[in-house]
Design a protein around this ligand. Structure first.
Ligand SMILES: Cc1cc2nc3c(=O)[nH]c(=O)nc-3n(C[C@H](O)[C@H](O)[C@H](O)COP(=O)(O)OP(=O)(O)OC[C@H]3O[C@@H](n4cnc5c(N)ncnc54)[C@H](O)[C@@H]3O)c2cc1C
Length: 482
């Protein structure tokens, strides 16, 4: 073991995104010596927390909503599949998490919609489409790192966690590798996995989300490799349903055009009209909204063969909402917008089966006109998004793709962010928080994909992990006190 660097601390945190940094700062402020191990060697290392739009919401509701109502919204969003302990924890502490961040000096502004009332300042999404430097997520991570440093804690960059250190069934730290290939071993009373999900892992994506990982777009920082999930699984942790991701429908041109992601979505256009594959068939309930449709696109045999179909009315009304609306930006930024005076011409232009497209649109229009779109196959609901008829020329076909932001399934935790084993018992010394965890956002049952909010999930569970760690530490100190 002579060539292995040995490090000791009270709390070892794996990953320096919001989940890791909230846990680290809170635990350190409670008196623990905390080290954060971050895979990237960069000073301003990229992660989803730096790219984030910064909206703290809970299932698309303001965090100021009474907790009992928030719990109900989480339940509704996830079709009743959220782990009740996590759902109640997030509903109870959503406002507390935001207040705690304010106490650390972070500022929030109001965004465009009612549930955007706590948006990290300065906002990342803006009409100029500026980058992330100096904006919400970047400011958050730098602020928390400064607070951590005041306690003697430290973010150790270029340090990749590889394997949890287990002593029988207790986690006692982590093994890893530094950027120069040297090995390290951390001995810690508590270890927190916060490595941000598995969206960048082709093999895990293929296992759970899409037949063709190369054809889903990485609408993220490309830093979520699923290391934490694999390490926790190896240490005996239970995993939740891994299907389901938070994401949006993007232009298929996002693969070759940087301007078309992350904030230029096609969600509202697709949710007003129909989404078809190359054979001209609908394949999902557009009324479930963008996150659900993005999941359905990813699950298609050809995830790069789908199109949002609209008419001029949809393009003018639903194409123009959102800060980075596709009308007019998609064309301005060089993205493909097929436009034609008839559906036949549109089909030819886009390479969609002509007869099938005309039939799909005709059946859909009839169902909308008769007020019974739920009788379509697949059904079309209208409780969240109005179904517009597609009958005002010219017609639009937008080549679409699934933009994966973060995976929703992962390591099963309880309401204190303690990692649970297959018997649902906590694994001593092991915690997890943020996008690496599963359970809060359920799993898709039918068409329900339960987006609750990556930031609220990460910050609430980060705080709770730290509080439990500090409680256990003070209990141990009480026991050794004379
Ligand atoms: C474009 C975009 C917009 C978004 N907008 C919103 C929004 O408005 N509201 C909202 O609620 N959510 C939003 N999200 C989601 C939200 O930002 C994330 O869910 C959240 O930031 C996840 O935080 P995290 O700490 O779990 O992961 P991350 O921020 O991804 O951090 C994980 C860190 O772990 C590191 N790491 C990975 N593997 C290892 C390893 N083996 N060893 C050590 N370190 C490792 C990574 O390098 C990374 O720095 C958005 C995300 C994106 C990409």
């Amino acid at each position: 073991m002579s060539d292995v660097e040995i490090l000791r601390c009270d709390v070892a945190v794996i990953g320096g995104g919001i989940a890791g940094m909230v846990t680290a700062t809170r635990a350190a402020q409670g008196g623990a010596h905390v080290l954060v191990f971050e895979r990237s060697a960069e000073d301003r290392y990229l992660c989803n927390s730096r790219l984030t739009a910064g909206i703290f919401h809970c299932a698309l509701n303001s965090v100021t909503t009474p907790p009992a109502e928030l719990a109900r919204y989480i339940n509704d969003a996830t079709g009743g599949t959220a782990e009740p302990a996590q759902a109640n924890a997030v509903a109870s502490d959503a406002l507390r998490a935001v207040r705690w961040l304010q106490e650390q000096g972070l500022r929030f502004v109001r965004g465009a919609q009612a549930y955007h009332d706590f948006t990290l300042a300065p906002p990342t999404v803006n009409p100029q489409n500026r980058g992330w430097e100096g904006r919400g997520g970047d400011v958050l991570l730098r602020t928390l790192e400064t607070a951590l440093a005041k306690t003697g804690g430290h973010v150790m960059r270029g340090m990749s966690a590889k394997k949890l250190r287990m002593d029988d069934s207790r986690c006692t730290g982590v093994y890893g590798e530094n950027a120069a290939g040297g090995r390290f071993c951390v001995e810690a009373a508590a270890t927190v996995v916060a490595d941000g999900g598995f969206q960048t892992s082709s093999s895990l994506l293929a296992e759970a989300i899409t037949p063709d990982p190369d054809k889903v777009f990485q609408r993220n920082a490309r830093t979520g490799f699923g290391d934490g999930l694999r390490m926790a699984r190896e240490a005996g942790a239970a995993l939740t349903e891994l299907r389901g991701f938070y994401g949006h429908i993007l232009s298929a041109d996002a693969f070759s055009n940087e301007k078309l992601w992350p904030h230029l979505w096609l969600d509202f256009v697709a949710a007003a009209g129909v989404l078809v594959d190359r054979s001209g068939q609908r394949f999902t309930n557009e009324g479930d909204g963008g996150v659900s449709m993005a999941n359905a696109i990813a699950a298609q045999p050809d995830p790069l063969g789908t199109f949002a179909i609209a008419d001029q009315k949809i393009w003018d009304e639903r194409g123009t909402i959102n800060m980075q609306a596709p009308n007019p930006r998609l064309r301005e930024y060089g993205g493909t917008v097929h436009v034609a005076d008839s559906l036949s011409a549109l089909a030819k232009l886009a390479g969609i089966n002509e007869e099938a497209l005309k039939n799909s649109v005709a059946r859909y229009n009839e169902a909308v006109l008769s007020g019974r779109p739920e009788t379509l196959s697949p059904p079309r609901s209208t409780s969240k998004f109005e179904a517009y008829r597609i009958d005002t020329a010219p017609y639009y076909a937008l080549p679409a793709c699934a933009g994966v932001t973060y995976t929703m399934g992962g390591i099963l935790i309880d309401d204190q962010a303690r990692v649970l084993d297959k018997q649902r018992q906590p694994i001593a010394g092991l915690y997890a928080a943020g996008a690496t965890t599963g359970g809060l956002e359920g799993g898709p049952v039918g068409s329900a994909v339960g987006y609750v909010g990556g930031l609220i999930k990460s910050s609430v569970m980060g705080l709770r992990a730290a509080d439990d760690i500090n409680k256990v530490r003070s209990g141990m100190m009480d026991r050794v006190a004379p």
